[in-house]
Design a protein around this ligand. Structure first.
Ligand code: HOZ
Length: 445
């Protein structure tokens, strides 16, 4: 069997950095990436035959665990009919019906091949709809690697020290206004300073690319109010959170919270909460069931500006690919049948409590933001609410924690600025073991 070491040596000769996406490199934690030959449930099996409990979950899609039999069977059945037609196919219609049913703000949807394509196209559409050029994004939010959005970006761009990528023309960058997340006043000031010029605001409603960061009460509602007042579109990038935190994403969580608070305001103890309905939503990851996919959708009057109905051009040879649609449909149907969100939240809380109690026993300040099946571990005493506070995390401690966990068979993302993901397959012995390993790794720091 070829080892990870020799595969990586060969890869580095031919593939820049030896990886096809920078987040897979271990440069910020040190060492070399392992190669995976198989994945099953909560496990990755490396080229050497080691079994690792995986908290990356292929960067989000694997909410049912890896290689789920229902998804595999759906792909196999679709494969019998061919791999790509370049014409409309029935799966696309079923997928659109599912998305529109799950996410009420989406009246029409267009499939594409990645989250990057989804956000890039949504921005173009917002510009085409409003006739304005400027957009607002938030520091640390990562919306894929298109030119307008790769500015003060999170994920691999931040991990590898290039949040403002080289190669973006200054004239493009001038059209992107970057603001701190969770800062209502900064948003108000940006709109006041650029009257009639801002096409849209794009936000990860829960950030997952600078570690996991949650919005403060009322923040997302403020984004909605201000964009509507100024005739700008509100774009939710729910590539990570869509179908992961709720079947309607963060917008579904907010709607549920608002409904609960309205029903029993005195007993729920919930913060006042408001539904937030974005104009456009970007999706990816889970809706491909592990195959490459993206989608963007929203208000019909906006979506109908897309070619061939309207003048905003957007296209893709493999968009709506039958295999990807079949896999995604199977993944969404499983979510609908199982409604696993409370279960996943219990798993997330178990992990959070294990890490926090180990840290408390050790006297080590850590922040563990968690909601449902997403979490992060920041080695800092500063509550993490934005890019600047995320950067207060102790990188050296994270590195040691990461490697101790990996030595013990628990794989976290090789970066202090990525969210962790759980799947339904983690329940039981795997999560118990992972908690033990993480607690032990904190004790050993
Ligand atoms: N959003 C993913 C991680 N933050 C991207 C994965 C990748 O860049 O490969």
């Amino acid at each position: 069997m070829t080892s990870s070491e020799s595969l990586f040596a060969r890869a580095k000769q031919l593939i820049p950095g030896g990886v096809n996406s920078p987040v897979r490199a271990f440069r910020s934690v040190g060492g070399s990436p392992f190669f995976v030959r198989r994945a099953e449930g909560a496990h990755l099996i490396t080229a050497e035959g080691r079994t690792l409990i995986d908290f990356v979950c292929t960067w989000g899609p694997a909410i049912h665990g890896h290689n789920h039999p229902r998804i595999r069977a759906a792909i196999a059945a679709a494969l019998d009919n061919g791999t790509s037609f370049g014409t409309p196919n029935p799966y696309e219609v079923e997928m659109a019906e599912l998305i529109v049913r799950f996410v009420p703000s989406i009246q029409k949807v267009r499939m594409c091949n990645s989250g990057t394509e989804a956000t890039m196209s949504a921005i173009r559409l917002a510009r085409g709809f409003t006739g304005r050029d400027k957009i607002i994004k938030f520091a640390g939010c990562y919306h894929g690697h298109s030119d307008s959005l790769l500015i003060k970006a999170g994920s691999g761009a931040l991990t590898h020290g290039h949040p403002d990528s080289a190669g973006i023309p200054a004239s493009f960058a001038r059209e992107t206004i970057v603001l701190p997340y969770n800062d209502c006043l900064a948003l108000d000031a940006a709109f006041a300073a650029n009257p009639g010029q801002i096409a849209g605001v794009i936000v990860e409603p829960y950030c997952g690319n600078v570690g996991f960061i949650m919005p403060e009460a009322g923040y997302l509602a403020h984004l909605r109010t201000v964009t509507a007042q100024h005739g700008a579109l509100l774009i939710f990038d729910e590539v990570m959170t869509g179908f992961r935190l709720h079947k309607a994403g963060v917008q579904g969580l907010l709607a549920d919270e608002a409904a609960a608070a309205a029903l029993e305001p005195s007993t729920t103890g919930l913060q006042p909460s408001h539904s937030v309905v974005p104009d456009l939503t970007c999706l990816g990851k889970i809706i491909g069931g592990g195959l490459p996919v993206g989608a963007f959708g929203g208000r019909a009057d906006v979506m109908d500006l897309l070619a061939p109905l309207g003048p905003v051009y957007q296209a893709g040879t493999l968009s709506g690919n039958p295999l990807a649609m079949a896999a995604g449909i199977a993944a969404l149907r499983l979510l609908e049948e199982q409604n696993p969100y409370q279960r996943l939240d219990a798993l997330g809380r178990q992990l959070r409590e294990a890490v926090l109690s180990a840290a408390t026993a050790k006297g080590l300040p850590v922040q563990v933001p968690q909601r449902g099946s997403m979490f992060s571990i920041f080695f800092t005493e500063t509550p993490v609410r934005d890019y600047t506070s995320a950067l207060t995390g102790d990188a050296a401690l994270f590195r040691r924690f990461f490697h101790t966990c990996l030595e013990q068979g628990v794989y976290l993302a090789p970066s202090a600025y990525e969210a962790g993901f759980l799947s339904t397959a983690h329940a039981g012995a795997d999560l118990d073991r992972a908690c033990e390993v993480m607690a032990g790794a904190i004790k050993a720091l």
